[in-house]
Ligand binder design. Structure first.
Ligand code: KMH
Ligand code: ZN
Length: 271
């Protein structure tokens, strides 16, 4: 089996310090948390920017600061969010792409997101894809529902996405696909041959889905964006603690961990 790519989603747009006291917020805190996760075995950093008071922002300047701080510390793949928070405008969501990251997320459809709606009409999806293609940024296609796979395939037919595609199944968001093993197996069965995939399980779905992904030959995303607990009733001490657990389990299961350069090879991305 391919080596395991571990993505860490250190902050997200929704989690607060009140809920997770160890949440990294400022560019320095985010870069430090990412570096700790890199040392633990993560090869991709999925990043959402925040203002110093914790408000989610899609500001180019803040993403640039975070990117530069991370790059000073290590060669982890920087993957900013074009999803932002549900209330960010399309124009705001575009801004992280101006930092020319190696990778970025591309959400492939609209869904309910708790009490909010995560809005991704075709027009947005195509414009994000066009911008990423222009800048040679590898899209990670975020799949919150099964139909989003079909949308990605349509974009390949239109010449806006280049296969092999890389999917991230975000499972267990209230209002979107549940985080069951059965649903994961179904999603994996529907992606085009030659694609790569990872899974980001929300909350208590994180660990069981991650373990199944390790066994199925997929890749794994963990971190405070998706889950703030180490186990039921016990908050995680850090993002790195969640990465360390995946590394331990993967090694026990005979799956080696990919370095950032090995992840680049697996995903076919330029440095
Ligand atoms: N915060 C969610 C509304 C992404 O990063 O691309 C969207 C999200 C997806 O987190
Ligand atoms: Zn995200």
């Amino acid at each position: 089996m391919e080596k395991l790519i571990i993505t860490v989603a250190v902050t997200g747009a929704e989690v607060t310090r009140e809920k997770q006291p160890n949440l990294p917020i400022t560019p320095d805190e985010i870069a430090d948390a990412v570096y700790e996760c890199y040392l633990a075995g993560a090869s991709i950093a999925h990043v959402h920017a925040r203002l110093d008071d914790g408000t989610p922002t899609q500001s180019y300047e803040v993403y640039k600061k975070i990117k530069e701080k991370i790059e000073k510390k290590c060669d982890i793949i920087f993957q900013p969010s074009t999803g932002g928070a549900t209330w960010h405008t399309f124009e705001e969501r575009m801004q992280p792409l101006l930092t020319n990251p190696e990778m970025a997320t591309l959400s492939a459809g609209t869904c309910n997101f708790g009490n909010d709606v995560f809005l991704n009409p075709m027009e947005y999806i195509e414009k994000f894809a066009i911008e990423m293609k222009k800048r040679n940024i590898k899209p990670e296609i975020e799949v919150f529902e099964r139909g989003m796979i079909e949308t990605a395939i349509k974009l390949v037919d239109k010449g806006l996405l280049n296969p092999p595609l890389h999917f991230d199944f975000v499972m267990g968001v209230p209002g979107a696909i549940p985080g069951t093993i059965e649903d994961l197996v179904y999603l994996v069965s529907k992606i085009p041959p030659g694609s790569t995939w990872s899974v980001a399980g929300i909350g208590k779905c994180e660990l069981p889905l991650a373990v199944h992904a390790i066994l199925m030959g997929g890749h794994v995303r963990v971190g405070f964006e998706d889950n703030i607990y180490y186990k039921k009733g016990e908050l995680a001490k850090s993002n790195a603690q969640l990465v360390e657990r995946i590394v331990r389990i993967a090694k026990e299961l005979g799956r080696e961990i990919a370095t950032p350069d090995e992840a680049r090879k697996i995903l076919g991305i330029r440095k």
